[in-house]
Ligand binder design. Structure first.
Ligand SMILES: C[S@@+](CC[C@H](N)C(=O)[O-])C[C@H]1O[C@@H](n2cnc3c(N)ncnc32)[C@H](O)[C@@H]1O
Length: 349
């Protein structure tokens, strides 16, 4: 959003006894909702074809011209569109990031966060007052195939980016890998590509596995990566040499995490390893600016919608140690991310 506070504006806000930071946040909230609405209408794909009048856009989108024009003008102010005379074109905040036809990288994230904040964050106050989400995220998501698809696409995009660094930082993994909450299966596929003798089992909710099925088929690794619908609270089947808990711990409350680590320990062969991938509540030194602000908001989202939160490395290490795991390590990734790896081992007998 092309907004900043110049010194004159700052003085005006102060003279009017108005909070400049909160005012910018208000405009940001309006811009976010307007962009999410435009996305749902399919505007960003249509304007990508070139400048168009409001009448032409209304015809293409199948909505009345007058209210659409109000939206178009607001989006122009927010930087999502540019207006020359009567013609609207994609602006710097939209192009190419939000055009799905051009592989716009932020389109799935905008769709997911728009639905999350528009629907589930209406329960934020309830969650803060009671310590419990009013409506839990994952069952809500399984009932929304479009949002679920966008959610897994968003995670898969991050996983494509991080997987090489994760495999490089992790100890070598051989034998049998269990990927709990592994949905899109990108991490299991990356570990399997790195070790020819590895087979993987990805356990996740049924809808979440749909993309995993497609990725496994595309990779031609259906004989080595098995997708098993299930709940992570269920007993863990089989014995494994490695278990991935990637971005799963932050969705659970402390007692569910303690229980999960105990079951993971029992499912590990002696000498096996647990890998936890998380942004920790105590991120690497130097994490600041928008990264730190996003982590705070992300943790609030977890509390509001899942009954989890971001945990400090030592909290996660505590559940691992209490379950009997040893040899704990904290490993940074060679990637532009606040995610880090926790490695814990079941001693070889
Ligand atoms: C934040 S995503 C992480 C996905 C993947 N591990 C990654 O790091 O990109 C959490 C995953 O846990 C799955 N999950 C959440 N609750 C679950 C449950 N009760 N049983 C099984 N899977 C669950 C979700 O469907 C989702 O795929």
């Amino acid at each position: 959003m092309p907004l900043y506070l110049d010194p004159d504006a700052l003085h005006t806000f102060r003279d009017l006894n108005q909070g400049p930071g909160a005012m910018l946040d208000l405009i940001g909230a309006m811009a976010f909702r307007a962009a999410g609405t435009a996305q749902r209408l399919g505007l960003f794909e249509v304007v990508a074809a070139g400048p168009m009048s409001a009448a032409a856009l209304a015809g293409k989108l199948g909505v009345p011209e007058q209210p659409l024009t109000v939206l178009l003008d607001a989006l122009t102010g927010f930087g999502y569109l540019e207006r020359t005379g009567e013609q609207y074109a994609a602006g710097p905040a939209a192009s190419p990031w939000l055009d799905r036809n051009a592989g716009g990288g932020f389109a799935p994230a905008l769709a997911v966060w728009h639905d999350l904040i528009g629907e589930l964050w209406t329960g934020l106050e309830h969650a803060v007052r009671t310590g419990r989400p009013r409506e839990p995220y994952y069952p809500w998501l399984e009932r929304r195939p479009g949002t679920l698809r966008d959610f897994q696409t968003m995670l898969a995009g991050l996983a494509w980016m991080l997987a090489p660094a994760v495999v490089k930082a992790a100890p070598p993994v051989r034998g049998s890998l269990l990927d709990i909450g592994g949905g899109h299966a990108i991490y299991s596929l990356a570990f399997c590509r790195a070790a020819a003798d590895l087979t993987a089992t990805v356990v996740d909710l049924p809808g979440a596995l749909e993309q995993g099925r497609a990725h496994v088929a595309d990779a031609g690794l259906a004989d080595r990566v098995r997708l098993v619908p299930g709940d992570l609270a269920d007993p863990i089947e089989g014995r494994h040499d490695a278990v991935l808990l990637f971005n799963v711990v932050h969705g659970l409350d402390p007692s569910a995490n303690a229980d999960l680590f105990e079951r993971v320990f029992a499912a590990l062969r002696p000498g096996g390893v647990v890998l936890v991938l998380e942004p920790f509540a105590d991120p690497p030194a130097g994490t600041g600016g928008h990264d730190a602000a996003f982590l705070g908001g992300f943790s609030l989202n977890l509390a509001a919608t899942q009954g989890g939160r971001l945990y400090a490395f030592d909290e996660v290490a505590g559940w691992a140690s209490a379950a009997g795991l040893t040899g704990l390590e904290r490993l940074a990734l060679d990637a532009p991310s606040t995610d880090e790896l926790l490695v814990a081992r079941r001693e070889a007998q």
